[in-house]
Design a protein around this ligand. Structure first.
Ligand code: PLP
Length: 427
């Protein structure tokens, strides 16, 4: 029987090793976080056994009475958390959420305008190697060379020139806030829809610590696993369940509300059965996000990011745009004579995980890069505070300055492993 199957040690021994890796080191990858025990319990639950194509109350399978209630909890909690009227909690990931939106509101060959990947944008915002750049005609806006900031007037000029059907804002590596009002003006001028992909800062936005995209953007997507600290997945949201402003039609030629179009962009447009175990875990995570403890967490995420940024600046590192408003920063290592690849590969020897990243106007390839991206979401979950951030910057600086000194790096790794023992992660 299933109950007597032997434990698959090939897999579970590796999971144990990964658990130790996550526990021993300092996690600074800006897109990662640690979920709670109950998020993992929901995701690892029997909900994985259930097919539930459709939406709560309107399924194509029987036996969905319970998963309907779970999915409805996830929807209601997400609505409360972001203060929005409409949510679809089914996208399997952030990329899937964006694919569903584009399928719902664009036709192949339509023009889209996104933030340049090499300036901090995401693949799904029009990169030629992604569906978004293959199916649609992309153009891009970027940051200014001197300031590292987006010039909103220039975005408007680019929109006027390119006449896109969709303008996408949001990024994977932009440390400053977004002027959604200016972007909406750009969209209105050319008759485009405006999509904000808030995958990275969504938890900070939910708590009002950054500008609110829902006041201005027609549609908002996010991942659920970064600052939001939920299971890996995606969400599509709208502040208002608005009527279809441009008369967009379904494949059957019907004009429907935007919510209905977007729902069908997810299923049957780009996905089959929803992952109800992940949706259960999303519901748990959103419940956690509604707590005061999570509000405190988001404030600490920003304080820790500021402490990291100040620490790097004091040690002569060049942060793109000079600092951060959110949980992450992008550091140009050229002034230190280092590459992103070298930094990533050397820091991992000290059990510090960061990722190499292109910087705007980078002269190196995406495999080498001139930058490193650093975020405070995971270390903040771990319980670290501002003074700890200063210690982390000191460790990073020492490792990078002495990147060929393996004895010194292994001594630092030992110190870090001992330090992290004071911050247990999992029971
Ligand atoms: N959008 C943005 C801005 C992201 O940063 C990411 C992930 O890094 C995604 C979308 C894609 O999310 P996923 O990896 O869940 O597909």
């Amino acid at each position: 029987t299933q109950a007597t199957l032997a434990l698959d040690t090939a897999v579970f021994d590796l999971i144990q090793k990964e658990k130790e890796r996550q526990t021993h080191g300092i996690e600074l990858i800006a897109s990662e976080n640690y979920v709670s025990e109950q998020v993992m319990r929901a995701q690892g639950s029997i909900l994985t056994n259930k097919y539930a194509e459709g939406l709560p109350g309107k399924r194509y399978y029987g036996g969905c009475e319970i998963v309907d209630q779970i999915e409805q909890l996830a929807i209601d909690r997400a609505k409360e958390l972001f203060g929005v009227e409409w949510v679809n909690v089914q996208p399997h990931s952030g990329a899937q959420a964006n694919a569903a939106v584009m399928l719902a509101i664009l036709n192949p060959g339509d023009k889209i305008l996104g933030f340049d990947l090499s300036h901090g944008g995401h693949l799904t915002h029009g990169s030629p190697v992604n569906f978004s750049g293959k199916l649609y005609q992309p153009s891009f806006y970027g940051v200014e060379r001197e300031t590292g900031l987006i010039d909103w007037e220039k975005v408007k000029e680019t929109a006027r020139r390119e006449q896109p059907k969709l303008i996408i804002c949001g990024a994977s590596a932009y440390s400053r806030d977004w002027d959604y009002k200016a972007l909406r003006e750009a969209a209105d001028e050319v008759g485009a829809l405006l999509l904000a992909d808030i995958s990275h800062p969504s938890g900070l936005i939910a708590k009002g610590l950054l500008n609110n995209p829902f006041d201005h953007c027609h549609i908002v997507t996010t991942t659920t696993h970064k600052t939001l600290r939920g299971p890996r997945g995606g969400l599509i949201m709208m502040g208002k369940d608005f009527e279809n402003p441009f008369g967009l039609k379904t494949p059957k030629g019907e004009i429907r509300m935007m919510s209905s179009l977007l729902d069908s962009g997810v299923f049957p447009g780009t996905q089959g059965g929803p992952l109800e175990h992940v949706i259960g875990a999303k519901a748990v995570a959103f419940g956690e996000c509604l707590s005061d403890a999570y509000t405190d967490y988001t404030h600490q995420v920003i304080r820790n990011a500021q402490a990291l940024a100040n620490g790097f600046v004091e040690r002569g590192y060049q942060i793109i745009s000079g600092g951060t408003d959110n949980h992450l920063m992008l550091i140009d290592l050229r002034s230190k004579g280092l590459t992103g690849k070298l930094a990533e590969n050397t820091l991992i020897k000290a059990d510090i995980t960061i990722n190499k990243n292109m910087v705007p106007f980078d002269d190196k390839s995406p495999f080498v890069t001139s930058g490193m991206r650093i975020g405070s979401a995971a270390v903040t979950t771990r319980g670290l505070k501002e003074t700890d951030m200063v210690r982390i910057v000191d460790f990073i600086d020492e490792v990078l300055t002495h990147n060929a000194d393996d004895t010194r790096i292994s001594r630092i790794r030992g110190e870090i492993n001992e330090w992290m023992q004071q911050y247990p992660l999992f029971s």
